[in-house]
Design a protein around this ligand. Structure first.
Ligand code: ITT
Length: 190
């Protein structure tokens, strides 16, 4: 089993990522520390910079994940500000912003930046297309899960069993891409 530090303060992300990565023989250890977060509308740039800064300090295999919800009719808001917006106005606040709007299209995006002494820095991305529901529904997951319905489905992420969310989610796509890349490197220790 390969062990990698996951620099994050969000335990939900760690739980989901470990569920997605376990078939690849990868285990993430949560490492809650202050990340250097640059201002950018690119999740990849934010995750990559934070990973490189953490690498300077820790010098062992690690990853950073930056994710967010981008709502079409709000020109991509909250995007990189998703964490702050979730803590301030929350799901109800987003529903209020969308009141009376017909276009409820949205996309969840996830960027993973991985660094190790032998492999250097690599990034992986995933996205989940969908729409914002008309009301808050379900109790599973975290963040905006109770208001996000992936394309072709009727249930919100918060109404689905965790494994079903993983199949559709931005995090599922990004971490599966990372897991299969790491497996292709065919190494026991990154
Ligand atoms: P770290 O920076 O410490 O990793 P964070 O929660 O602040 O944790 P981000 O800056 O990447 O992480 O913000 C992502 C926010 O986007 C997160 O707090 C949620 O509000 C939202 N989000 C991301 N992925 C989500 C998901 O799968 N389900 C629901 N909300 C999600």
């Amino acid at each position: 089993m390969v062990s990698i530090l996951f620099i994050t303060n969000n335990e939900h992300k760690v739980e989901e990522a470990n569920r997605i990565l376990s078939p690849f023989g990868v285990r993430l250890e949560m490492s809650p520390q202050k990340k250097v977060e640059i201002q950018s509308d690119s999740l990849v740039k934010i995750a990559k910079y934070a990973a490189l800064m953490a690498a300077k300090k820790l010098k062992s295999p690690l990853l950073v994940e930056d994710s967010g919800l981008f709502i079409k009719t709000l020109n991509g808001f909250p995007g990189p500000f998703s964490s702050y917006v979730q803590k301030t106005i929350g799901c109800e606040g987003i529903l209020k912003l969308l009141q009376g709007r017909e276009d409820r299209d949205a996309v969840f995006r996830c960027a993973v930046a991985f660094w190790s002494p032998s492999l250097g820095i690599h990034t992986f991305q995933g996205r989940s297309l969908g729409r914002i529901s008309l009301s808050v529904r379900g109790h599973a997951g975290f963040g905006f899960d109770p208001i996000f319905v992936p394309s072709g489905e009727d249930l919100t992420f918060a109404e689905m069993p965790p494994e079903q969310k993983d199949r559709f989610s931005h995090r599922g796509a990004a971490f599966r891409a990372f897991g299969s890349w790491l497996s292709s490197k065919n190494i026991a220790k990154p």
